[in-house]
Design a protein around this ligand. Structure first.
Ligand code: NAD
Length: 468
């Protein structure tokens, strides 16, 4: 199978300087041997992107839009195959993988609808001042393993629309769907405009430290984000960092536990909880605490755990062995410091499976509550007053997302505006679309991704100020 997947460098599909195995997290069996890029190949990709930049930057916006549409069509044309491959390497249920392929195409289509027209700031007898948006150059896109295609699509179309070229580096355990994407678009995009190079989690530094990279668009953990920040600071590169989160959800006293439980469950357990914007700790008023815990426990017991390729699977495996070990440690913490009322076990079968788990009678000061679990375990905390719940929800260095659950919309919005998060959802948790920007507050990130605001982050302001 090693010949099946190729890197994309300078418009050519090429083998890696070495190979690496990719496993199916539901079986731990090898799906494919795929190319592993080297530092030499990464440098080649940056050089190709640099060479392609002047011409691409000078194509008309309409021409770039047409290319983005053709990329969307190429993705759509192989939807089923791509979704199955994504499930095989990432673990998510097939339906979610299909959704990820669809949203990937929609990000390309949406970018093609955006404009970057210059703005006239003043046109008077004294002067004419225009604000232009210029491309930056070569962009480095660094992708995590939870949404390999969708997060690539957060970055590539906006970077390209603005006139930049790009080098994409997928995560080591989920390169296959991205390489398939590369093969599909190799003839659609001019040579060097999009390059894809894999690594075994060892080339990030080379890419973020490369002198010819103008901007790093990074999504991943906060710990790695700090390393990226250190590297980009040395050469004054532009950057966006989309990092981790520990999103709180607050259920207001008026909410009906039965009504809100399915949305909360979805927000916490989608993609096996491996979502930056997953609901990671839930605050419930003491008067409803037991009822809410019971509803969520029921849903957790009913959720079918299994191979994402099997029909009916709701919760798949953890994506990789490292994350599996991390989440097992959170499970031990849950048993030691709280009361596990659903799940709580590691099934005796191959694959990185952990039962969807609900934990009550747990407090701050425990690993499960204070850290980002990034797995299928939800701690539920009891509060007495709303002010106290808001203060506890905000008492974290993270600030990615949050949610408020209530049948009183005005009250919910009032609470939402008091939460320290880049996105606050009301009666849902995690809702991503190509026109809705995402920006982490506090340690959850720097800069904005997605939408018109995200597009601007791939540009340099240039003011043309003319004496009249
Ligand atoms: P990670 O930080 O380990 O890896 C992310 C990417 O960074 C991978 O491609 C990896 O190879 C690369 N990398 C590793 N070392 C690097 C270095 N020194 N320099 C540059 N790149 C390097 O994260 P992960 O474990 O793959 O992903 C899970 C984390 O990502 C979670 O914390 C999650 O919250 C976060 N995440 C955030 C968002 C968001 O939009 N905010 C989205 C998805 C995931």
């Amino acid at each position: 199978m090693s010949g099946e997947y190729k890197l994309l460098i300078d418009g050519k599909l090429v083998d890696g300087d070495s190979t690496m195995d990719v496993l199916n997290p539901a079986t731990e069996a090898r799906i494919a041997t795929c190319p592993r890029g080297s530092a030499r190949q990464l440098n080649e990709a940056v050089a190709a992107a640099k060479k392609a930049f002047p011409k691409w930057a000078n194509t008309s916006l309409d021409e770039r839009r047409k290319v983005l549409i053709r990329v969307a069509e190429a993705v759509e044309s192989r939807r089923e195959e791509m979704a199955r491959l994504l499930t095989s390497e990432q673990g998510k249920p097939l339906k979610e993988a299909q959704g990820e392929v669809d949203i990937t195409a929609s990000f390309f289509r949406h970018a093609a609808s955006l404009s970057l027209d210059p703005k006239v700031l003043e046109d008077s007898n004294a002067r004419r001042v225009e604000l232009h948006r210029r491309p930056l150059g070569v962009i480095a896109a660094i992708i995590p393993w939870n949404f390999p295609l969708m997060i690539t699509a957060f970055k590539v179309p906006l970077a390209l629309l603005a006139g930049n070229t790009i080098v994409v580096k997928p995560a080591a355990t989920t390169p296959l769907a991205t390489l398939m994407f590369g093969a599909l678009i190799a003839d659609v995009v001019p040579a060097g405009v999009i390059n894809i190079v894999t690594d075994a989690n060892d080339l990030g530094d080379v890419l973020t430290g490369h002198p010819d990279v103008a901007k790093v668009a990074f999504t991943g953990s906060s710990a790695t984000g700090l390393k990226v920040l250190g590297n980009v600071a040395k050469s004054m590169k532009r950057f966006t960092l989309e990092l981790g989160g520990n999103d709180p959800g607050i259920v207001l006293q008026d909410a009906n536990p039965k009504d809100v439980a399915p949305g909360i469950f979805q927000g916490a357990f989608f993609n096996t909880g491996q979502v930056c914007l997953a609901l990671k700790r839930l605050y419930v008023h003491e008067s409803q605490y037991d009822a809410m815990c019971d509803e969520l426990a029921k849903l957790a017991r009913e959720a079918v755990l299994g191979d994402g390729l099997q029909q009916g699977t709701v919760v798949g495996p953890l994506q990789n062995a490292t994350q599996y070990e991390k989440v097992k440690a959170y499970l031990s913490d849950a048993h030691a410091n709280g009361k596990v009322i659903a799940g709580g076990n590691v099934p005796d079968r191959p694959g990185y499976f952990i039962q969807p788990t609900i934990v009550k009678d747990i407090e701050e000061g425990t690993k499960l509550v204070d850290e980002e679990q990034f797995g299928p375990i939800l701690p539920i905390l009891k509060y007495r007053t709303l002010d106290e719940a808001i203060a506890r929800a905000n008492a974290t260095d993270y600030g990615l997302g949050a949610s408020v659950w209530s049948s009183d919309r005005a009250r919910a919005k009032e609470v939402a505006l008091k939460l320290e998060a880049g996105t606050v959802f009301i009666n849902k948790h995690a809702d991503i679309a190509p026109h809705i920007p995402q920006a982490g507050a506090k340690s959850s990130g720097l800069g904005v991704e997605i939408g018109e605001e995200g597009l601007l982050e791939y540009t340099q302001v240039q003011v043309v100020n003319e004496a009249l």
